[in-house]
Design a protein around this ligand. Structure first.
Ligand code: AHR
Length: 659
């Protein structure tokens, strides 16, 4: 016999277990037989900004750092024209290196290195030279081909051939080539280097073999293997991981980098096209140097390669309101507007960008696109003007000038305005008011919040007025504790994405931000994809973006979740892809326990017996290791009504194939 105490204990343990054993399933009802609501087929895209070395030292495949000797303290405290370079004196050779600016290669990049060989030395190795350490070393693969090029000019002394060597950190030879004797004028020389061994930390050494003074500029080492084999192209592994997201659009070149740290730092697209040695690099608002080797042509080309609609963003004639922060230590007081007399030229610059992208080859800027190898238009449809600017009279006056000019000359272009850095507050309110006054077709909202904020705001866009501007959620991410990317943040993003799908009649685009960050160089956290010189680490959050992107549709089917309790931990959405007829259901469980769900496909006419299921789940919501949380795919049986247990902390995508 049990004692009363034992019975009570057993009863209370049982009642604790009860919710798990006999929990009533939460009903998810999909109006599967309904026509549904037309939504943006382009909801999920990417946001690219050169921060955290996303471009230089990252996606842009150049291996030489500071290739044109332009680094300075303005880029980064302590940097000079010789940062990443080192003088080499071997086998008795003696010499020095200086930076000069007289008679440069071109006036845009005026500084270059002068190597003075005082004593050539003797021995098998040539004597005096310059060594580049790359971006945290140079990673090369045995047998791959690397294009070495440089501009050289013999200033004094007897000209002799140059030797270029790829070496290990300790000086062992990996590849070597001789370049022709430099002339008295700037001349480009090139060679192919094929390393005999793989090395993740190699160096490039340029050696002069005769006494005298030699000028060097634009020293480049470029892998022949780039994404889609474009010269001056992109790192294939990184580009492929981005391509695998199947982004419907790509925003570039930022972010704060666009409006810049002060008026002189505004990003000007014209500085970023043409031969790389003629492009105008400048300091990056994230405190390093941007070579702009990855410039507007390469951005457009990448969009085309990955099937993403290009979405360039230009400054609205004002610089970032946080400009000069390192001096003032105050946010929000640094906005300045271009002087009014400069605005007509700036407005023209914006119009010229549209011509560069879309104009005929007979137009001034279309001809430049054709000269770069792309006579066909790039098909630009969208243009962002401004990036989370402070909505001030200075901003409004300049935005209006740009907006009116684009609207008048290019009514085919959808201009995207901006409504401040937060999803609420003064700039958000003022930005929306201003956009409504001007009837701006779309506005860019930014939203970096906690995972719980996203769960609490799943209804945000349900209430948006459909007669007003469409929304581009241009920068968003759930920031978990210590700004980590966790499974919890990824699942909150998945829940929010179900609400974006439901509202994709008004939310046209959404892009997680930032996209890329180099390990040990992160200016911002969290990020969607981390990388080193040789590896790529997509986060758990990456899989969420990918699952929504590759499982997108153009029609939303009303999906209701019968919520039993608060806080809400279950979210769902359903889309149909009218091209394939597939019906795709997303189910999100943000609880730490599995949730029994009953799915009702109301009014469905024909349901395939089997469906494809992909599940991203893990018991520990705070998991950050992307290698342990991976999507798993399988098939499952479905019926007009079927039960499904959503694992703890999970996103499940169920695709009912039409054929
Ligand atoms: O995504 C990182 C930064 O966040 C962007 O540059 C800026 O627009 C925002 O504040």
């Amino acid at each position: 016999m049990f004692s009363l105490r034992q019975t009570l204990l057993a009863t209370s343990v049982f009642s604790l277990l009860l919710p798990c054993l006999h929990a009533q399933p939460t009903t998810v009802t999909v109006q599967a037989g309904a026509v549904g609501k037309a939504i943006s087929p382009d909801l999920v895209g990417i946001f690219f900004e050169d921060l955290s070395h996303a471009a230089d030292g990252g996606l842009y495949a150049e291996l030489i750092q500071n290739r044109s000797f332009d680094y300075s303290a303005a880029d980064h405290n302590g940097w000079t024209s010789l940062t990443a370079w080192q003088l080499v004196q071997r086998d008795g050779g003696e010499g020095s290196v200086t930076i000069e600016t007289a008679d440069p290669l071109n006036t845009i990049n005026s500084s270059y290195a002068v190597l003075t060989v005082a004593k050539a030395g003797s021995g098998s190795s040539a004597s005096v030279g310059l060594q580049n350490e790359g971006f945290d070393g140079i990673a090369v693969k045995a047998g791959d081909r690397y294009n070495l090029s440089l501009f050289a000019r013999q200033l004094t002394g007897s000209a002799a051939p140059l030797t270029v060597r790829l070496e290990t950190k300790t000086g062992a030879l990996l590849a070597e080539a001789r370049l022709p004797v430099p002339s008295a004028d700037w001349k480009k020389a090139s060679a192919i280097l094929v390393p005999s061994a793989t090395d993740v930390d190699a160096r490039l050494v340029v050696l002069a073999t005769g006494p005298g003074k030699l000028a060097l500029d634009m020293v480049s080492l470029f892998p022949e293997k780039t994404f889609h084999n474009h010269p001056n192209g992109l790192r294939p592994d990184l580009a492929q991981v981005i391509a695998d997201l199947k982004p419907k659009f790509m925003r570039f070149p930022g972010g704060c980098l666009v409006h810049g740290d002060g008026l002189d730092n505004i990003y000007h697209w014209k500085d970023t096209i043409g031969p790389v040695e003629q492009r105008k690099g400048q300091s990056n608002i994230w405190h390093y140097h941007q070579s702009v080797g990855l410039g507007y042509f390469e951005y457009f080309q990448f969009c085309e390669d990955i099937g993403a609609k290009p979405l360039p963003v230009v400054a609205a004639g004002v610089c970032c309101q946080n400009s000069n922060y390192l001096v003032t230590h105050k946010y929000g007081i640094g906005q300045l507007g271009l002087p009014m007399e400069k605005m007509p030229a700036y407005v023209q610059e914006v119009l010229d960008l549209i011509e560069y992208a879309n104009g005929p080859v007979t137009s001034t800027w279309g001809a430049k696109r054709a000269a770069a190898g792309h006579p066909e238009p790039f098909g630009l449809q969208y243009l962002g003007v401004g990036n989370e600017d402070k909505i001030s009279p200075v901003f409004e006056e300049r935005f209006r000038m740009i907006y009116d000019a684009v609207k008048a000359k290019h009514p085919e272009i959808t201009v995207i305005g901006t409504v401040g850095p937060n999803p609420e507050g003064e700039d958000y309110e003022k930005g929306w008011k201003f956009a409504n006054e001007l009837h701006v077709p779309m506005v860019d909202e930014h939203c970096y919040k906690s995972p719980q904020w996203f769960w609490n705001n799943l209804q945000r866009y349900d209430a948006y007025d459909r007669s007003k501007s469409q929304v581009y959620l241009g920068e968003w991410a759930a920031h978990d504790d210590k700004r980590l990317s966790t499974l919890r943040s990824a699942i909150a993003e998945a829940a929010y994405l179900t609400s974006l799908e439901r509202n994709a009649d008004i939310v046209h685009f959404a892009s997680y931000a930032p996209l890329l960050a180099k390990r040990n160089h992160t200016d911002w956290n969290p990020n969607l994809i981390f990388f080193s010189n040789t590896e790529v680490f997509p986060t758990i959050n990456y899989h969420v973006q990918q699952l929504f992107s590759v499982n997108s549709g153009d029609t939303y089917l009303t999906t209701t979740v019968g919520h039993a309790a608060t806080p809400v931990t279950v979210a769902a959405s359903t889309v149909r892809d009218s091209k394939t007829g597939d019906l795709i259901l997303k189910l999100v469980n943000g609880a730490n326990v599995a949730k029994p769900l009953r799915i009702e496909l109301a009014g469905a006419k024909k349901i395939p017996a089997a469906a494809f299921k992909t599940v991203l789940a893990y018991p520990n919501a705070m998991e950050t290791n992307e290698r342990v949380v991976q999507p798993q795919s399988s098939t499952m049986t479905v019926a007009p009504t079927f039960d499904y247990e959503a694992p703890a902390n999970s996103l499940t995508v169920i695709c009912l194939k039409s054929r």
